[in-house]
Design a protein. Structure first.
Length: 404
């Protein structure tokens, strides 16, 4: 839907008493229970005004008719029109930041737009060399699809654009999954990016998320620093990029473990792409949980173990179970680290706070009967910024642990 609402004629959401505090702190979400009544008949994704119970104007937001998050703020400036120019400004500002942060000749895979943290709730855009991948995960983002794509093509005219709006969260917004080329279609989704001296193959059509885990760039650099002369086990290896980093850092050997045949075949391609010694690499199709236990039973140990599991907690209700899962897998991992070796362990569960994750790893050390020193903390790289008003933007946490 091409929206041409004027600010004056917008539908209005009026909040319950004292429910404006988070908006006054610029947090962009309004939950359904915070709304007292709706004037007008906003359609899904339409821009609305939000006012306090006393009638004080608070922000312009995108209406989500079916989501628990009933509205997501676009702007807290009453004079700002939510139109095509708005999206051009926000996307250009986001790209300007990344252009300042990175050498774009040496880093060709990065996040261009990080949703709420860049003032564009529900909009994620990743750049893989000359291919952009966008995810439009909220009703508001979906309704402005044409304007968002136009802003991207104006900023990156030579880039192909592929949409990966195939995430389950769209169901909560009353939206169906959408994938496909939006601009300059290509024969396939494979593209090669540069990162810290590595060349990495990404498949934007079939890969996880938008094709790759860009947020782990700094962590891969850390693995490269620590890997010299070490035997490395890379669990949940996906396309083996931690393994590539470790071998470039001088690792003696790398074992990549993942359940996906496709991911492991890409891991082999990544090793070949970087002209690595294939005799130093073993790719195992195996459940990492079971493999760790099997190695423990066999008495097999490694100098460095990397644990980068998928998200364990999608909701608060799952958090306790996630804590148990993280504790268990870290405990077993520590038991197969050689004394004096390293464990690089991560959680991408946003609901898992840094302090809680550190406590879980500490408890795992107690249960494993090993001494653990935290020697470095890791997090998402700077192209995944965290807005001061949106702490939920901080989700990835990692610990480098010395195990005795």
């Amino acid at each position: 839907m091409n929206q041409s609402d004027t600010n004056q004629s917008l539908p209005t959401l009026t909040l319950q008493d004292s429910r404006e505090k988070s908006l006054k702190r610029l947090h962009p979400w309004v939950f359904s229970k915070a709304i007292k009544h709706v004037s007008g008949k906003p359609s899904n994704g339409q821009t609305v005004s939000i006012v306090s119970s006393k009638g004080e104007w608070l922000c312009y937001a995108a209406y989500s008719a079916e989501s628990q998050i009933r509205a997501r703020a676009w702007s807290f400036d009453k004079n700002e029109l939510i139109d095509a120019a708005f999206f051009q400004r926000r996307i250009a500002r986001a790209w300007q930041l990344r252009s300042e942060l990175f050498d774009l000749e040496q880093t060709t895979g990065l996040r261009v737009v990080a949703a709420e943290s860049d003032g564009l709730p529900g909009v994620t855009v990743d750049k893989y060399d000359n291919v952009l991948v966008c995810q439009l995960l909220s009703a508001g983002a979906d309704s402005w699809r044409n304007e968002i794509v136009s802003a991207l093509t104006a900023l990156f005219p030579e880039h192909s654009i592929y949409e990966r709006s195939d995430v389950d969260v769209r169901k909560k917004e009353g939206l169906k999954p959408v994938t496909g080329w939006l601009h300059l279609p290509r024969d396939n989704g494979e593209v090669i990016i540069k990162e810290h001296g590595m060349q990495l193959l990404v498949d934007v059509m079939q890969g996880h998320k938008t094709g790759f885990y860009l947020d782990q760039r700094a962590s891969r650099a850390a693995a490269k620093r620590y890997a010299n002369a070490k035997t490395v086990l890379n669990c949940f290896s996906y396309t083996g990029t931690f393994g590539v980093a470790a071998l470039q850092g001088g690792a003696e050997s790398v074992t990549n473990a993942d359940l996906s045949e496709l991911a492991l075949s890409t891991a082999l391609k990544n090793a070949e792409l970087n002209q690595l010694d294939l005799s130093k690499i073993e790719n195992i199709k195996f459940d990492a949980f079971k493999l760790l236990r099997q190695y423990r039973e066999q008495g097999k140990q490694f100098d460095m173990v990397i644990l980068d599991p998928p998200k364990f907690a999608e909701s608060k209700a799952q958090l306790m179970g996630a804590c148990r899962g993280y504790k268990d897998i870290n405990m077993v991992a520590m038991q197969i680290v050689k004394p004096g070796g390293l464990l690089l362990t991560f959680s991408c569960s946003g609901l898992m706070e840094d302090s809680l994750f550190q406590k879980i790893v500490a408890d795992a050390a107690l249960d494993s009967k090993r001494d653990c020193l935290f020697i470095e903390k890791l997090s998402q790289d700077s192209d995944h910024p965290v807005a001061s008003f949106y702490p939920e933007g901080s989700y990835l946490k990692g610990l480098v642990c010395k195990i005795y």
